[in-house]
Design a protein around this ligand. Structure first.
Ligand SMILES: C[S@@+](CC[C@H](N)C(=O)[O-])C[C@H]1O[C@@H](n2cnc3c(N)ncnc32)[C@H](O)[C@@H]1O
Length: 199
């Protein structure tokens, strides 16, 4: 999906359904982070921050980066309203430009890769933004043949995720499905996976 679609959607993005799904995703990410000590987080494709602001108090420093300027504006106003002084929101597209000066202990991509045509180069660039010993967390849809859209991946198989992450230099790759929902992926029933990998 083009970033301008998200520019158009930004002010209306936070619907009850999206908030509900974001809560489920944030809870799963919290489970993944439980008992681990990380200092900084980069939420790449973080949108309006529905997921990442729920994790904000677990980190000393956070960046929310998104290619849509309008989504970033919504995220920025939440940062100000909630006085999240340790969080920065930034409009940037790493798929188009490699000059992003951020390194984090944890990188999260929640429902982003499905919108990225060529995922391996982006994952390679994200690998460079992860501190050694850091954790990459991907949440996305499992492969779903009912979905056909010219600009959106119809989810990912385990092999696709593992191959792309290995190619991009990640190791210790794990993936599991954690949620089944009605009408959650282009009006179809679908399931969500979480994949973790380290550098
Ligand atoms: C479905 S939204 C998910 C937002 C947020 N991660 C969440 O889970 O609530 C996808 C987001 O990815 C962003 N996006 C898509 N392609 C991107 C790219 N190449 N670089 C950065 N952000 C991108 C969009 O602008 C949009 O905000």
């Amino acid at each position: 999906m083009e970033e301008n679609v998200f520019n158009q959607m930004a002010k209306k993005y936070d619907t009850e359904n999206r908030k509900e799904l974001a809560n489920i995703i944030a809870d799963e990410i919290k489970k993944t982070l439980a008992g681990k000590q990380y200092h900084s987080i980069l939420d790449y494709g973080g949108g309006t921050g529905l997921v990442t602001f729920q994790l904000a108090d677990q980190f000393e420093k956070g960046w929310l980066v998104d290619s849509s300027q309008e989504m970033i504006q919504v995220a920025q106003s939440k940062i100000e309203q909630n006085q999240l002084k340790h969080f920065e929101a930034m409009a940037f597209n790493l798929a188009k430009d490699d000059r992003l000066d951020i390194k984090a202990d944890v990188i999260v991509l929640s429902l982003v890769l499905l919108h990225v045509p060529d995922i391996e180069p982006l994952l390679q660039r994200l690998n460079k933004r992860l501190n050694t010993g850091g954790l990459l967390i991907i949440v996305d849809f499992d492969k779903n043949e009912k979905i056909q859209h010219p600009k959106v991946h119809n989810g990912f198989t385990e092999a696709e995720v593992k191959d792309a992450l290995s190619y991009a230099g990640f190791r210790d790759i794990n993936k599991h499905t954690f949620h089944y929902g009605s009408n959650i992926f282009m009006k179809q029933d679908a399931s969500l996976f979480i994949a973790t990998s380290t550098k």
